[in-house]
Design a protein around this ligand. Structure first.
Ligand code: GLN
Length: 313
């Protein structure tokens, strides 16, 4: 069978199985098995497949049509232009999370331009990466923390996009921390981030040691379980998806963590569910410790990411 014909038939089978973007998926599986890039896949369309290639392709097709996520089959997922290793222990990076990155980069550049100007002296409490203790002096670094880092996609992307910053990447799952470390190594960010096991309810963050906190915490309510796609429920870690108290427990924990760990004027960025914008803003108002709170919408027009500033009190 020729490559072109295999792709056409595979796309049809995937569509029948209800798989998203069936043609793209067929191409990705073919590229994975044959080791071809996007262009070679087109150029070699008339090439005849060898029996063992068909066998290997059929095996991956069977996994995908049974519902296994493409990212688990290929072992990686593209996020903000980089390839991240994905394991069953971490959430698969989502395209809508790129909004959080865009906003964090805007915020970080604003903080960089203010750094050292004092008043809101945002720069430099040296947390030695692990965030355990600050020295209380103005040094040369800017520090952020990523709470619930999973694959590390948020923290590592920020570290690579922001050469003046150092990140502490925390996750409660030691398997996730291992995946984040592997991603940091693979993307050559290991000197810019520290991956650490830690609970965002009791995060080991130096008080007032951070200029920016980011988090895409678990935020789905138990009551919304029936609305979650079967594929997600079957293959992604529930600890990364669900949160008690109407899905708000981890968002509230991240806000408490930010109240303690951010410098005056430091920024917190939270991803949340489409219906959680108002609850997140309410949580942020509770102790009057945050100001200039703005919720941003994703490409689908849904409230997705809330950005706020730690007051100077
Ligand atoms: N921060 C990771 C991501 O955005 C993991 C998020 C999570 O586990 N809830 O993919």
């Amino acid at each position: 069978m020729k490559l072109r014909q295999y792709i056409a038939e595979a796309a049809q089978a995937l569509q029948k199985a209800g798989v998203d973007s069936p043609r793209l998926c067929a191409h990705v599986l073919v590229r994975q098995v044959l080791g071809l890039d996007r262009i070679a896949c087109v150029v070699e369309a008339e090439r005849k497949l060898l029996p063992h290639e068909v066998e290997n392709l059929d095996a991956l097709m069977a996994r995908r049509t049974a519902g296994e996520p493409l990212a688990h089959i290929t072992g990686s997922k593209e996020f903000y232009g980089r390839d991240f290793l994905v394991t069953p222990h971490t959430l698969i990076p989502r395209p809508e999370t790129e909004l959080l990155i865009d906003k964090a980069l805007e915020v970080a550049r604003e903080l960089e331009s203010q750094a050292g100007t004092c008043g809101t002296c945002i720069q430099g409490t040296d947390t030695r990466g692990a965030g355990i203790q600050g020295t209380g002096t103005c040094g040369s670094g800017l520090y952020f923390a990523d709470l619930g880092t999973g694959s590390g996609c948020i923290g590592i992307t920020l570290a690579l996009e922001l050469p003046h910053w150092h990140g502490l990447l925390l996750d409660i799952s030691s398997n996730a921390v291992e995946t984040a470390c592997a991603n940091a190594q693979r993307l050559d960010a290991q000197h810019r981030v520290t991956c650490l096991r830690g609970d965002m309810h009791r995060p080991p963050l130096a008080r007032g040691g951070y200029s920016m906190l980011v988090s895409n915490p678990p935020y789905i309510a138990e009551s919304e379980r029936s609305m979650v796609m079967d594929e997600v429920l079957a293959y992604e870690p529930h600890g990364a998806l669900f949160s008690p108290h109407d899905g708000l427990d981890h968002l509230a924990a991240a806000i408490r963590a930010a109240a303690g760990a951010l410098k005056p004027g430091g920024r917190l960025l939270l991803e949340h569910g489409a219906a959680q914008g108002a609850s997140t803003r309410r949580l942020l108002r509770e102790d009057n410790l945050f100001e200039d709170t703005v919720t941003h919408r994703d490409f689908a027009g849904l409230e997705r990411c809330t950005v706020t500033r730690r007051t100077c009190r």
